[in-house]
Design a protein around this ligand. Sequence first.
Ligand SMILES: [Zn+2]
Length: 467
Amino acid sequence: MSQTPDSAVRTYIEQHRTAFLDDLVEWLRIPSVSAQPDHAPDVRDSADWLATKLKETGFTTAEVWQTEGAPAVFAEWPSDDPDAPTVLVYGHHDVQPAAREDGWDSEPFEPVVRGNRLYARGAADDKGQVFFHTLGVRAHLAATGRTTPAVHLKLLIEGEEESGSPHFRALVERHAGRLAADAVIVSDTGMWSEDTPTVCTGMRGLAECEIRLSGPDQDIHSGSFGGAVPNPATAAARLVAALHDEHARVAVPGFYDGIVELTERERELFAELPFDEDQWLRTAKSHAAHGEAGYSTLERVWARPTAEVNGIGGGYQGPGSKTIIPSTAMVKLSFRLVAGQDPDHIEKAVRAWVDEHVPDGIRHQTVFGAATRPCLTPLEHPALRSVARSMGRAFGTPVRFTREGGSGPAADLQEVLDAPVLFLGISVPSDGWHAPNEKVELDLLLKGVETSAYLWGDLAEHWRDAP
Ligand SMILES: [Zn+2]
């Protein structure tokens, strides 16, 4: 099949943009704040609203899936081509809390258009970016004359993302059969800037632990006993000091085992991004860049694993002095992980390192929380190329590539469904996610619609190139 004529897609979007925006505004009026129990009925309303709208769009199945917490929405629209690939779109319909008095210029759940921007909680994160797929798939059908999408299209829109997705993994595991897909498209991210469209190719993973150190059975006199028994606060400080070497590399043996190194091509592409380190430092509220030797700031944040001290404590912290050897001390550490790192291996390596570094006479306990795996799709992957090509057609300029330093539930989809994860988002840093006056740029939102309109045909056409 030849490529969709771009003008047909654009005409269709132009003809339907008003109705599309009216619908989005209606959805944004529902305050689906998952973190606040008072809003639980609104989160349910939001899920019902979306399921109804997806049926109207043409999805043959649209169901609200209950969880232990807030409901998700699943929808499906099979292709009439049985050999077409299956694509699952992920997003979320819950939003961060918002109140006028937080600094909003208008009511957060009374959407308003000012200039060419739509202001409302959820406009960018994530209702706008979920919703652009509805007009996108309609434009795809209208422009190609198809009656079903060129791919088997599935949507999973969760209701607890802003609360840490506590039941998401279980939901995906329970419905793994129905969610099965050849590729996952996550539309809950952004791009570099208004004039630099980018596709994110991966996110880091996360492992966290607390190390509890105990010395004397109670705080004891530093004159009567000091210098003759081990001090847990000293042990905590020595552990923290031993975490990195002089090149700011993580010094836990085995930490870097198996990692997928940046390719030369990726390094070149990152280096071409219009990155302003001074500006970035202002955003980071920091006064110098610092990190692993041999890597740029963007590489350090996006593509290198890290260890950070999130907290350290122990002993007397009140006014004046208290001459004691404290009984206990603690350290909280977090590790951002990149592709190839296995959280279980990291846990073992960190435990062995703690055992090695804590002196005799200090008892210790290391407690790990739940980990998030990293995800990464190689630049050559045909699905990634389809996303980049479709976005390039919509924006009229070649897209560049980024990664994301944070961690998210996308990794669960990658792991449980054993499918590559691609990120398609049109939000920009100024959109104010989680902040007052969240907005979405209407031009970019419609570019999202257009990208989605090109993507399904492109994926179906190029899928056979897949390894
Ligand atoms: Zn989000």
